[in-house]
Design a protein around this ligand. Sequence first.
Ligand SMILES: *Cc1c(COP(=O)(O)O)cnc(C)c1O
Length: 356
Amino acid sequence: MHAQGETGAVLDVDTGAIVANWRELARRHGAAAAAVVKADAYGHGAAAIAPALARAGCATFFVAQVAEALALRAVLPEARIAVLNGPAGPQVAACRAAGLVPVLSSLGQLALWREAGGGIAFLHADTGMNRLGLADAEMARLAGEPALLAGVEVALLMTHLVASEEPADPANALQRERFARLRALFPAWKTSLANSSGIFLGADFASDLARPGAALYGINPTPGHANPMRAAARLTAPVLQLRDIRPGESVGYNATWRAGRHTRIATVGIGYADGWPRVLGNTGHALFDGHVLPLVGRVSMDLTTYDATGVPGLAEGSRVTLVGEGVAAETVALWAGTNAYEVLTRLGPRVARCHR
Ligand SMILES: *Cc1c(COP(=O)(O)O)cnc(C)c1O
């Protein structure tokens, strides 16, 4: 599956699993689903993933930035591509030329779009995140002054949930109610509410278009319960050198790990320059053929060292699994003090993406 002989890290991506996840999410939502492919499809390679999703029937794609959307347009000539962060003033013309849909988050952004000629846009209303989105007062003003919307076709009114992965959090119901009040001001508009985890909050959180990201890539949208999604990727890196060290010898920068016994060290070709968190020093493990290789010493820029003592079959050139079956992105995230989203989106351009 992966490129044998690669001297660096490889992310093997199962495009079919991502397409299957998208279908399953749309089925569970009971209405249409878009695909969120920002940050290079959460590190999985948007240029390969998005066309496969489009062929499967996905009609709307979300990215964060105009530059991401312009790159996506080259591989998605027909689809609706929406820009979550909206355009800054100088980008409006490029947005229009590429037929992008801006997600407008303020009356100022709405005015920019209207004055540039209007047309299709999405509106983002804030219901509690206090990050992006029109405030209640701005929405009320919009309802009272239709001229603010002259020439603008609002194809979707959206909001974003703050704690959808925690079904018991009262914020979910509060946001749903706040959103219901806003949509009542504009009953003709289509709406978009749920992200990945929001889809699993039940029928009350359904809307015209769900916006899953993480779950497409196999991140568990229901933490604490079995993962309903298919695994979509495996991160491997090659053993560049095996060395046997004596008790008392240290490994890596600043000698933060010292052998208590005769130890075989596997030096693996991935480091923090690839997005492999430096904070993982002396924490967690890799897998080879079902065997656990504890990470020892510091993670350095291009290399990470593992204790491979007594692991049968491991040779120079073997590839160890860093994320994949038996070592989920969520597990690595726990070790690194972050979430699976960050583990995947940090993987840098030096990590080869192989799609099948
Ligand atoms: C990133 C993002 C999503 C996707 O969220 P997931 O939790 O990855 O499904 C949906 N909507 C907005 C506004 C986002 O920023």
